[in-house]
Design a binder for this molecule. Structure first.
Ligand code: AMP
Ligand code: ZN
Length: 471
């Protein structure tokens, strides 16, 4: 498999340290609010990467943190802790907020068929690990104490900007967010490993440390949680492109200074989902969540398909019109699959041929749009339907679009509709009863039901609405 590696700025053949276990790490969500669908684009594409590796025969162990402490409003270590902001907004404790939004995050992941990583570790679970790493960095001369905080000293590194092909804008995180200078820092890019002097006296979560009561910086959690579960080397580290700087740059700085050797070989960054007004945000404009898509009548699978239709290294623009196009594509695909017959034997040779294009799409830097197109190749192929259905089931192990179950549901719905007799007068009475029920006029609803009963018609309430049959 060829993957673009942000560290070397080119596509490279993926060679794990040990092919019997690919070690993969993912930066998890900051659980102070619901995830927006931009965040979830990143998790969908990482899910496809993990499933592709498994599909291609690699066993994978994937670890994800949950950021429940230390991520400040600005990625440049200033501003209020995001968790505290969430707690204040909802008049709850930080831990209540963390639990609620962690559960909400995984509920969204379930709806989008995003597999739960093998290990999920909240940042607040690993305080002894952070203290150990920070102390080692101090002992090795890579960190210093200033104004009560412990900072990483970036001047001690041969190279700090490892992902230096990013936009200027990405590198100017501090400037962009209008952050005032932290005068304790010796160098502009130094970052906090451990805080004791927060501007906010009411920082809710604090722990004893050799440097005073305080809390960890945001970056240290990912280095320590990765090493706790995956050891001293890592094959792939994933995240959204905004994480490349400063978060991942700082993770590399502290991890490799701590270890004394290279840490992670491949860096996989998913580019952003934007709106036509620019950056997606939780505070400005419409807060786009999976629940909002559902409220507007979209199946979360339509959003997953929308993401898969474009390459992970391109920015993607969200609009309702674009989502409608994905909805139309999904409906068409499912209708075609529903029309396939289930009889016949799978033709192994034809099946392997169908797989070829799909596998080569995955191997070519995870080209999910070509992988999706290869479904249409299957539908057009000259083999029998059983072979087509087997190929679709096989591809869906990676795409996870519920292709067969959605087709089955459509077939059932079509069968039900075919059974429902047509009679405009009775249809109108059934509709009037539905309206009466909606208006809570239950007496009228019952009256219509009784009238129909007297005429030998029974109403059946189904999740798709009221149907009727002659008895
Ligand atoms: P956070 O909860 O802020 O820590 O972010 C969770 C993940 O979402 C990180 O990997 C971010 O890089 C990623 N992310 C943030 N904004 C976007 C966006 N607009 N599109 C795609 N990914 C994003
Ligand atoms: Zn991280």
């Amino acid at each position: 498999m060829y993957l673009y590696n942000s560290l070397t700025h080119k596509k490279e053949l993926f060679v794990p340290n040990d092919p019997s276990l690919v070690k993969m790490y993912t930066c998890g969500p900051t659980v102070y609010h619901y995830a927006h669908i931009g965040n979830l684009r990143t998790y969908i594409m990482e899910d496809v990467l993990e499933k592709s590796l498994r599909y291609l025969g690699y066993p994978v162990k994937r670890v994800m943190n949950i950021t429940d402490v230390g991520h400040l409003a600005s990625d440049a270590d200033t501003g209020e802790d995001k968790m505290l902001k969430g707690a204040r907004r909802e008049h709850k404790t930080v831990m209540e907020i963390a639990k609620f939004y962690t559960d909400a995050f995984f509920a969204d992941c379930d709806k989008l068929n995003i597999k739960r990583p093998d290990v999920v570790e909240p940042a607040t679970n690993c305080i002894p690990e952070y203290i150990h790493m920070v102390q080692t960095l101090l002992d090795k001369g890579f960190a210093y104490l200033a104004g009560g905080n412990v900072y990483f000293d970036t001047s001690k590194l041969k190279q700090y900007y490892v992902f230096n092909d990013h936009d200027e804008e990405d590198l100017e995180v501090g400037v962009r967010e209008g952050v005032e200078e932290d005068t304790n820092k010796k160098n502009k890019n130094d970052f906090v490993l451990w805080f004791t002097k927060s501007k906010f006296e009411d920082q809710a979560l604090k722990w004893e440390s050799p440097w005073g009561v305080g809390y960890p910086g945001w970056h240290i959690e990912c280095s320590c949680i990765s090493m706790k579960h995956l050891g001293e080397t890592l094959d792939i580290h994933c995240g959204g492109i905004d994480n490349a700087f400063p978060h991942h740059t700082n993770e590399i700085a502290q991890s490799e200074s701590y270890l004394g050797h290279k840490w992670c070989n491949y860096w996989f960054h998913v580019h952003h989902l934007n709106t036509d007004q620019g950056k997606m945000s939780k505070s400005k404009g419409e807060f786009l969540t999976v629940s909002l898509l559902e409220q507007k009548g979209y199946d979360p699978m339509v959003y997953r398909l929308f993401c898969l239709q474009s390459h992970y290294r391109r920015n993607l623009v969200f609009s309702w019109e674009n989502l409608d196009n994905a909805q139309a594509a999904y409906d068409k695909l499912i209708a075609k699959i529903a029309a396939l017959k289930t009889e016949g034997e799978v033709d192994a040779e034809a099946f392997d041929k169908l797989k070829e294009r799909f596998v080569s799409a995955l191997n070519g830097d995870l080209n999910t749009s070509v992988a999706v197109t290869s479904l249409y190749d299957v539908l057009k192929a000259k083999c029998n339907d059983a072979t087509k259905l087997a190929a679709i089931a096989d591809f869906d192990r990676v795409l996870s679009l519920n292709l067969l179950s959605a087709a089955e549901n459509l077939r059932k719905k079509q069968a039900e509709e075919a059974q429902t007799p047509v009679d405009p007068e009775i249809d109108a009475l059934v509709a009037a009863r539905t309206e009466a029920k909606k208006a809570k006029n239950f007496a009228e609803a019952d009256r219509i039901r009784d009238e129909l009963k007297a005429r030998g018609i029974e109403i059946i309430d189904t999740p798709q609405g009221a149907k009727w049959r002659k008895v």
